[in-house]
Design a protein around this ligand. Structure first.
Ligand code: GAP
Length: 495
């Protein structure tokens, strides 16, 4: 079982403290979300699981953490300034604004028989037939490009100049919030390679915030203007089998997601058609997740969870000062470096090619939450929600609960057990309700084990360990509790 729709997760998230609408006391800010006490733990666990898997458990990947605001020239030569656009259309009737490509996609899915692709200015857009989702009319402007990079101004002059419009503003302080973490990796390629003495093939991984001025954000944490990415650039020789490497990384990520709890049937591989590839990509496979199981047509149930792209040597070349055009003119006169690589064995210099698995923390967290969602009926016929999160992702690993909180010896023993477990695993103490309510609360937030201290515990130095998924209970000596839980959780705890 998984969540029947995203709304179920939205209400669970708000009720239990995973994710809250941002700036709510001021009426909110469209599609911005704050991660609460449990949400921040889940997101951190997703990032740590990913980092452990790639940077620690493999031998061919380094980590890095680069600035969010980079020199504007990075975005000129990566071609984001010129091409990182969404096609925007306005409904002339009700003034609503949409992405033309998304409206077209939806139209093609719902009118498969027509097989009709009509170009309107820059993209395919059946302008006369597509109806405005807001008012139902078909009275559109032509699609026009809208650059998605979020602009900012650097330096003390910014405040005064912000008053003016772009025609009069001095743009010397113009900068962007990065729309992908990848570029920070490319511009540091030589720094990482020389300091770590790496030989190809090797990868560089980065986790961090990215920003995009999305035209139509929405669907909870699926599409927001501020989000977190987990990207890895895998550098290989120009003669490597690039397409096979894309397949290899697709396989690796499908395994990673399924190992951490996503059902294989909720993942689907989408080979991005040539005409839809990003400007830097020669091949991209998107791993799609079934975020919309409630939609009757299967084709409309999917949205991108992550993508694996073959970026060729595009980025390293673009940022290098050596490449020249047909007339011998340097393509990048601003860079001070040549980001090429010398292969000692082959005695060759070249620009490495790149395979890039790019995933999102927020979309991953949402997929894990949706897949973990289950409902179960107890002996009294009451419906209970159980969040069957993988132990590695569960925000809290164990809750220690006193059966009688009014009995000071029991509460003290429970608090002491929590303290002893804490260095090895995230543990909480809770005495704010009857035991049934406390169990239900922990089930709903995905805590794999509850430890109950009762009257008998004071005599026999043993406690009851309850399993979230089976509701089975086992009596365990307190001296063996830590080891028992570690074994059951099968998590490599980094204390
Ligand atoms: N460097 C390549 C790149 O950024 P992308 O497909 O545009 O590729 C990678 O983004 C991943 O980042 C997406 O698959 C998704 O998980 C996440 N992502 C992108 N835009 C997002 C948004 N507006 N909100 C939430 N996550 C987003």
């Amino acid at each position: 079982m998984s969540a029947p729709n995203i709304d179920t997760i939205v209400s669970l998230s708000k009720r239990r403290g995973f994710v809250f609408p941002s700036s709510e006391i001021y009426g909110g800010l469209g599609s911005s979300w704050d991660y609460g006490p449990l949400g921040v733990e889940l997101a951190n666990n997703v990032k740590q699981a990913w980092w452990r898997w790639l940077v620690y458990e493999r031998d061919d990947i380094e980590g890095i953490d680069t600035s969010i605001i980079l020199n504007r020239l990075v975005w000129k030569y990566s071609e984001h300034e010129a091409t990182f656009n969404d096609p925007l259309v306005d409904c002339k009737e009700c003034k609503s604004r949409f992405r033309a490509d998304k409206l077209q996609e939806e139209y093609e899915l719902t009118h498969p028989a027509e097989g009709l692709v009509v170009y309107a200015s820059i993209v395919p857009f059946n302008k006369d037939k597509i109806k405005c989702p807001n008012c139902g009319k078909s009275d559109w402007t032509n699609p026009r490009p809208f650059n998605m990079m979020l602009k900012t101004q650097l330096g003390a002059t910014a405040a005064e100049e912000d008053e003016y419009d772009e025609g009069t503003v001095y743009l010397g302080g113009r900068a962007y919030l990065r729309p992908e973490t990848a570029q920070g990796i490319f511009i540091n390629f030589l720094n990482v390679q020389t300091t770590t003495r790496r030989k190809l093939p090797f990868g560089v991984a980065q986790v961090g915030k990215s920003f995009r001025n999305e035209v139509t954000p929405g669907n909870f944490i699926l599409r927001t203007r501020e989000f977190e990415q987990m990207e890895m650039e895998y550098f290989v020789r120009p003669d490597a089998e690039h397409f096979k490497l894309v397949d290899y990384w697709v396989g690796q990520y499908v395994d990673w997601y399924t190992r951490l709890g996503v059902a294989r049937e909720n993942l689907y591989l989408y080979e991005v058609p040539k005409e839809k590839l990003a400007h830097y990509s020669r091949r991209t496979v998107d791993i799609m997740y079934r975020y919309f199981p409630e939609r009757p047509e299967e084709a409309r149930q999917w949205e991108e969870l992550m993508g694996i792209a073959y970026r060729t040597d595009f980025d390293l070349k673009q940022h290098s000062n050596k490449p020249v055009d047909a007339e011998g003119k340097r393509l990048n006169p601003d860079s001070t470096e040549d980001l090429s690589y010398f292969d000692e064995t082959a005695k060759e210099r070249f620009y490495p090619h790149v395979i890039e698995p790019a995933s999102g923390v927020n979309r991953s967290a949402l997929a894990f939450l949706m897949d973990a969602y289950t409902e179960k009926t107890n002996d009294k016929g009451e419906k209970r929600v159980i969040l069957k999160l993988h132990p590695e992702l569960a925000p809290i690993k164990v809750a220690v609960l006193p059966l009688a909180k009014n009995k000071p010896e029991i509460a003290a023993m429970a608090k002491d057990i929590k303290k002893q477990l804490q260095p090895a695993m995230r543990a909480v103490y809770d005495d704010t309700g009857g035991i049934g309510k406390l169990y239900a609360r922990q089930d709903e937030i995905g805590t794999p084990f509850c430890v109950t201290v009762d009257h008998q515990s004071l005599e026999d130095e043993a406690v009851t360990v309850r399993n979230r998924d089976t509701w089975e209970q086992q009596r365990i000596k307190t001296t063996e509790l830590g080891e028992h839980l570690k074994q059951k959780l099968k998590v490599s705890f980094s204390v």
